[in-house]
Every structure is written in C-alpha cells, then in structure tokens.
Ligand binder design. Sequence first.
Ligand code: GRF
Length: 199
Amino acid sequence: MADNKRRLAVFCSGTGSNFRALQHAILERGIPAEFELCLSNRSQCGAFEFAQEHGIETLHLSEKQFGSYEEFEEAMVRALMVRGIDLILLAGYMRKVPDAVVAAFPDRILNIHPALLPKFGGEGMYGIHVHAAVLAAGEAESGATVHVVNEEYDKGRIVMQRRVPVMPGDTPEALADRVLECEHALYPDALEKILEEQP
Ligand code: GRF
C-alpha cells in the first residue's frame, strides 16, 4: 500500500550507533520515514546485526566484488534506484561515496561528522584523529555537524550543528564519547529538518 514515508538507506561500516539512534527516533516520534536498506563495505558489522534484528535489508557492497570501480559505482546506484531510495544517511561509513552515487542523489545524501565543520574536517579527519586534533588545538568546545554530501570531503552545506564543551583533562576518548552522545540527538533532529525542507 502506498504511503508518504520517505525511503531511507543508511551506509555504515561499524557499530552503527547513529543508525540505531535514528531508527529509535523514527519509531518513537513517528518521523515519516523508513529504512529500506542498510549498506556496508563490510560483510559483517554491528549495523548489520541491528538491521537484521529490525527486518531491514542488508547489502554488502565492496569494490573487491567487481572487476572495476565503474562497475562497483553502477551497482551501488542501481541498488539504490531499484529500491526507490529517497534519501541516504551516512552513519560511520568509512569509504568515499562514489561520485556516480553523489551525482544520482544530489542534495539527498547526509553525513554526520564528529566536530564543528568547517574546522576539523577533510581527508584524514575521522574517528579519534578528529578529537585528538580538537584537543591539540586547545579548543574550548567541539560538537557534531550534519551536512549534505557532495564531491568534496566534509564540504557540503551544513544542515545542523550542536556544541559540546571540552572539559579540563579531556582525553580524545572522553571527548569522543561526549560528542557521540550529542550525535545521537542531533542526527534525528537534522533528519526531521531535511524532511520538512524537502517535502
Ligand atoms: C560517528 O562519530 C560519526 O560522526 C562518524 O563515525 C562515527 C560512527 O559511529 N562519521 P557509529 O557507527 O554511528 O557508532
């Protein structure tokens, strides 16, 4: 039966705690969206376990499965198109989204980054490296950013940001935990905002 729920795909490489937070918020708040697909470059990951527990289709897609990068890109675009995906949410996806996918989904791919972009973004700025760089720079605060994905790493339009304080004596791990908790609240709010902006 047709409904007006937006069809989501989530791309993950790891635990997928942001994916979990998004799914919980969608169900609790009645956000008009539904995960149709969880895609990963890894054959096994925490995100897949969660997807399987919730009846969400999983798809392992890696360059290594194809003869060329072009075939890999085409397969990814096709997988998204045949499922009628409206919006892609990156949640700890540790690969560059292929240009063909970005071109096929303009303004329809979001990412969450564990810092206040445009600072502490770009190539090499992922995981614990981000938080170590924030501390090394002596910042008084950090936070999380949800942004639109374009061809350049961490450079797309900022949709929403939220700040957290840097505490005296913070380690990169302690800061990472504080930022991740902030991400879990921010990503669902940003999703709601995008759905309102793109009726
Ligand atoms: C998050 O810190 C996110 O900002 C970054 O990757 C991490 C993913 O964590 N892009 P999880 O898999 O959602 O737990």
